[in-house]
Design a protein around this ligand. Structure first.
Ligand code: FAD
Length: 515
């Protein structure tokens, strides 16, 4: 098919560095003549064909390192004005943590959004507090800067070394989403460069169609160059707790109970442990009530466990009342009583927890390997069916990486955005975060994991679970149409309004540029 053809061309290009990196048209010289504050580079751009997934590598023709929003507008306007005579497409690259080449542009221009990062963050301390940041800003930097004002964003991802534009183009979900909605629900305003090269400010009140289109819009309608992020007073400390269940329905009932409460934990997630063989032989020996990390490391000895992970924010002068609240919430749950893992950490330590694992994996050379991840949204009414088959039959262990599972409430997701979710008030995020050992042909190899992912997807389809992919990945227009369902018409209409030549985010492979 078309895609494997492209892939083979790219591979050939990369194997033979003497092959020109761009099509021989006059397009590239015309780009070189543009007046820019930053610069456009045609060399050493291989990194723009890489991402966290490490499975797709499409080499662009050039990388733009913008120093201003007008650089981005200039490039896109120029390509737009060339019309169908040019094949050039444009991809914004945030931190490049996509999984299947979504931030790449084969023979196009990749915009390195982090180059915009130097621009100052502007805090509004009044009511409501917010911060104006660049679209290429990393969430970890926003956290540190906000804390200097005693403030913090409300909704997060599990990992903070991602850009604002990258997560807002998807949703941005973590254990706070049940309460605050995804990150896309916690933005007041955006500055966007459309596929026509126009710079547009948009919000709920101004250019609302573009605002909602861009949120969860997979980069299809514009490049987010600025965002106004909602803030709230920051807590100093976090009580971080993990408890175990051996029965899925008890586990999920407790999760659903917790997210339904008016006053609950501040963070609610969970994960699955199937036949896990870790460094330790007996998980009971590894029991350390001070370290919740231990809950994920024990040897589950052929069995399946479900770990509820919860956190309560507090300030040091609220310790007594916080402990009482936690005791009261825990008393309503039905976990295995001897498995309470409890820890107290700083707010930053808690939010930036995945970075610690990143550093450890990097040290062992296990970070920059293929990541065949699969992220699914499953309606609550079918989560039992899903668990019985997927955790009970399809997967035999979780040694290739964590499997996260937690419910969120649809009412907290603004349904005017481009995000597609299942049709039920409560749905679960289930994330299979596998790592594949390079060149392994065993159960830790890429082929095996991809086959397993396909079996999971096939089961969801055959059982009509009403599943929707998060960070969706499809290769045919029919699949995209099915993904969007009744929202497809709106998505197409927005595309033809804001990016009529389909210049933007070609790596999502939803639309093809007209030439
Ligand atoms: P990129 O990969 O650079 O870009 C993603 C897409 O957005 C591309 O199509 C790109 O063209 C487009 N894009 C990038 N910047 C812009 C912009 N400024 N304007 C418009 N479009 C743009 N997601 C969650 O929701 N919750 C999690 O807990 C979570 N944890 C993660 C942990 C790890 C270790 C990793 C690798 C990913 C995780 N993700 C999570 C997924 C992550 O949110 C997405 O992959 C996100 O796209 C990554 O951001 P990025 O800045 O690297 O974007």
């Amino acid at each position: 098919n078309m895609f494997s053809k492209i892939l083979s061309i790219v591979q050939k290009d990369q194997a033979n560095p003497t092959v020109p990196l761009h099509s021989g048209s006059s397009v590239i010289p015309s780009l070189e003549e543009l007046r820019l504050d930053g610069n456009l580079s045609f060399e050493n751009i291989q990194y723009a064909a890489m991402d966290f997934g490490n499975q797709y590598h499409f080499l662009p023709s050039a990388v733009l390192y913008p120093k201003s929003v007008s650089d981005i507008s200039t490039i896109i306007k120029h390509i737009f004005e060339m019309g169908i005579t040019s094949e050039l497409t444009v991809a914004a690259k945030g931190h490049g943590h996509s999984l299947e080449g979504q931030a790449q542009a084969y023979r196009g221009v990749v915009i390195d959004m982090e180059s915009l990062q130097g621009s100052e963050m502007h805090f509004h301390i009044g009511e409501p507090p917010y911060v104006d940041v660049s679209g290429g800003e990393l969430w970890i930097n926003i956290l540190h800067e906000s804390l200097k004002h005693g403030l913090t964003p409300k909704s997060w991802t599990d990992y903070l070394h991602l850009t604002v534009g990258g997560t807002l183009s998807n949703a941005g979900i973590s254990g706070q989403a049940f309460r605050h909605g995804p990150q896309t629900n916690n933005v007041y305003q955006l500055e966007v460069v459309t596929g026509r090269g126009e710079v547009v400010n948009c919000s709920e009140k101004q250019n609302a169609d573009l605002f909602y289109g861009v949120l969860g819009g997979l980069g299809q309608f514009g490049i987010i160059t600025g965002a106004r992020i909602a803030l709230e007073p920051a807590p100093r400390m976090v009580k971080w707790i993990r408890v175990l269940y051996s029965d899925f329905s008890t586990f999920s009932r407790d999760q659903e109970h917790l997210i339904s409460l008016e006053s609950s934990f501040d963070y609610i997630e969970g994960f699955v442990i199937i036949n896990r063989t870790g460094l330790l032989n007996n998980w009971r020996l590894s029991f350390d009530p001070k370290d919740p990390v231990q809950a994920s490391q024990f040897n589950s000895d052929g069995r399946t466990f479900f770990c509820l992970e919860i956190a309560k924010y507090f300030n040091p002068d609220e310790t007594v009342i916080t402990n009482q609240k936690i005791d009261s919430l825990l008393s309503e749950l039905n976990y295995i009583q001897s498995t309470l893992f409890f820890s107290e950490v700083s707010y930053v330590e808690f939010l930036d927890r995945v970075h610690v694992s990143e550093l450890k994996l990097r040290e062992k050379g296990l970070w920059e390997i293929p990541h065949p991840w699969l992220n699914l949204l499953i309606p609550k009414c079918r989560i039992q069916d899903f668990a019985v088959v997927v955790f009970g039959k399809i997967l035999t262990d979780t040694s290739n990486g964590p499997i996260l599972i937690y419910p969120v409430t649809k009412s907290k997701w603004n349904n005017r955005t481009s995000i597609v979710t299942p049709e039920e008030d409560v749905f679960y995020l289930v994330s299979f975060l596998s790592s594949a050992m390079p060149s392994s042909t065993g159960t830790d190899g890429l082929e095996h994991i991809l086959t397993q992912n396909k079996r999971i997807l096939y089961f969801c389809e055959m059982a009509h679970l009403g599943m929707k992919q998060y960070l969706p990945h499809y290769s045919t227009p029919e699949e995209w149409r099915a993904h969007f369902g009744p929202r497809w018409e709106l998505f197409v209409r927005r595309k033809s309004t804001y990016d009529p030549l389909a210049i933007l985010a070609p790596g999502q492979r939803i639309f093809q540029k007209a030439t």
